[in-house]
Design a protein around this ligand. Structure first.
Ligand code: PMP
Length: 461
């Protein structure tokens, strides 16, 4: 076999990829027939593929490359740390400086008394930690019957058995099943499910399903509620403003632990350090990953409040942990990423520059004949594609067909914008500039125009 390098022709790389690489969330045979897009390099918000296309990354990779591609400081820190101490574990009463420093920095940034970090290597792993942690908490408190965790349909919390079970995506449950003791309530998705209610009424109604579910399961059996401040993978569903305060009130009323899954919304995505601050949520535990290292190293974790950490930590050994919990190279890189975010005021840039600029241009997309609503919080946005705005109608035929067509036009126009059903979503790197926002929105508009023309031509509108 030839040496496999960047210099091989695209077709050859695609053939090898199809032969040996089993991709996540991918139709293997479908991809093999088509050939994967091969990404070679990244710089800022730009990617270059093996055909030389310069693509604007409207998704920051998978919602993670918040400080943009190609930051040399992170590569240098990783190399230094690999030289000095490439690995050591944090089991058996040992620690190392990167894990100490990163945990202290996260505790400083996190609101309230979220002062303790249990490290993992991904968001899925961190949510598996959370399941075990909250159940252990109630065991130690002498209420071992409190086991049920309530989550939402169309939420996403990862794809391990635990994360996939917390998530409310039926196709994921269908592949491998779901663990016991997880219940789901409906999502606060007004555009698709709000009917005749106002957004505020609907937000309250959906939050009150939590109380109904608690009463149905029995208040004494519920350990925790988990939700993303803004559902990401579910389609960037920004909840009505009435939703989270009511969820918070109900959790408090029944003494239920509240877990905010901040894997996407953490570290600046919503214009504050955490989505919980943007939405006024006071969680007992936060799940973090992605933006913690801007995706440069795989690292995640659970930020745990004093009370939960003291109860679980004060009851002997907690039989849980990962070989790579607090991995020194990942921790050192995450720490450097947070230093850059603070020194370069990246969160302030989102709040004061990038969000206001994008908001004006994003809102204007709602005028497009194919677009029903255009929503944005910080730098996560979505648009609903519809054949009839006034009725908030769905397209005839299988859901996602039009979203897929739109995504294909985006690809052709060198823009990465993702489709979730017939909803298009973006979450660009947080360092995006106004002129890059112009390019992103111009390409999105062109793709919508082409999608619209294609639907007309094919008689689907
Ligand atoms: N929670 C949320 C809210 C996520 O968006 C994701 C990933 N998209 C996860 C958990 C899982 O993270 P990972 O893919 O790192 O396991």
């Amino acid at each position: 076999m030839n040496m496999i390098t960047n210099h091989l022709p695209t077709a050859e790389l695609q053939k090898l990829d199809a032969a040996h690489h089993f991709h996540p969330f991918t139709d293997k045979a479908g991809l093999a027939a088509k050939g994967a897009r091969v990404i070679l390099r990244g710089e800022g918000v730009w990617l270059t593929d093996s055909e030389g296309h310069r693509i604007i990354d409207g998704m920051a990779g998978l919602w993670c490359v918040n400080i943009g591609y190609g930051r040399k400081e992170l590569a240098q820190v990783a190399a230094r740390q690999m030289d000095e101490l490439p690995y050591y574990n944090t089991f058996f009463q040992t620690t190392h400086v990167p894990a100490i420093a990163l945990a202290a920095k996260i505790a400083e940034l996190a609101p309230g008394d979220l002062n303790h970090v249990f490290f993992a290597s991904s968001g899925s792993e961190a949510n598996d930690t959370n399941i075990r942690l909250v159940r252990r908490y109630w065991d130690v408190k002498g209420m071992p019957w409190r086991k049920t965790i309530i989550a939402r349909w169309n939420g996403y919390h990862g794809s391990t058995m635990g994360g996939g079970s917390l998530g409310g995506m039926k196709p994921i449950h269908a592949h491998g099943g779901k663990i016991d003791g997880i219940e789901h309530i409906d999502q606060p998705y007004w555009w698709a499910e709000g009917g005749d209610m106002s957004e505020d009424e609907f937000g309250l109604a959906r939050a009150r399903q939590l109380e109904e579910k608690i009463l149905q399961v029995g208040p004494d059996n519920v350990a925790a509620f988990i939700g993303e401040p803004v559902q990401g993978a579910g389609g960037v569903i920004i909840p009505p403003r009435t939703y989270w305060p009511e969820i918070q009130r109900i959790c408090q009323k029944y003494g239920i632990l509240l877990i905010a899954d901040e894997v996407i919304t953490g570290f600046g995505r919503t214009g504050q350090w955490f989505g919980s601050q943007t939405f006024g949520i006071k969680p007992h535990i936060m799940t973090i990953a992605k933006g913690l290292s801007s995706g440069y190293q795989p690292i995640g974790g659970s930020i745990v409040c004093d009370e939960v950490a003291e109860v679980v930590g004060g009851a002997g050994e907690f039989f849980h942990g990962y070989t790579y919990s607090g991995h020194p190279v990942a921790a050192a890189v995450a720490l450097e990423n947070l230093r850059i975010m603070q020194d370069e005021k990246v969160v302030e840039h989102v709040r004061d520059v990038a969000h206001p600029y994008l908001k004006e241009r994003w809102d204007a997309l709602a005028e497009h004949p194919l677009v029903g609503e255009a929503k944005l919080v910080g730098l996560m946005g979505s648009i609903a594609l519809t054949p009839d705005k006034a009725k908030r109608a769905k397209f005839a035929g299988e859901e996602g067909t039009v979203g897929y067509r739109c995504r294909e036009r985006c690809f052709a126009n060198d823009l990465i914008m993702r489709a979730v059903g017939d909803r298009m979503i973006i979450a660009p790197p947080l360092v995006i500039t106004p002129s890059e926002i112009d390019i992103l929105v111009d390409r999105a508009k062109k793709s919508l125009d082409e999608c619209y023309a294609g639907l007309k031509k094919d008689g689907l509108l």
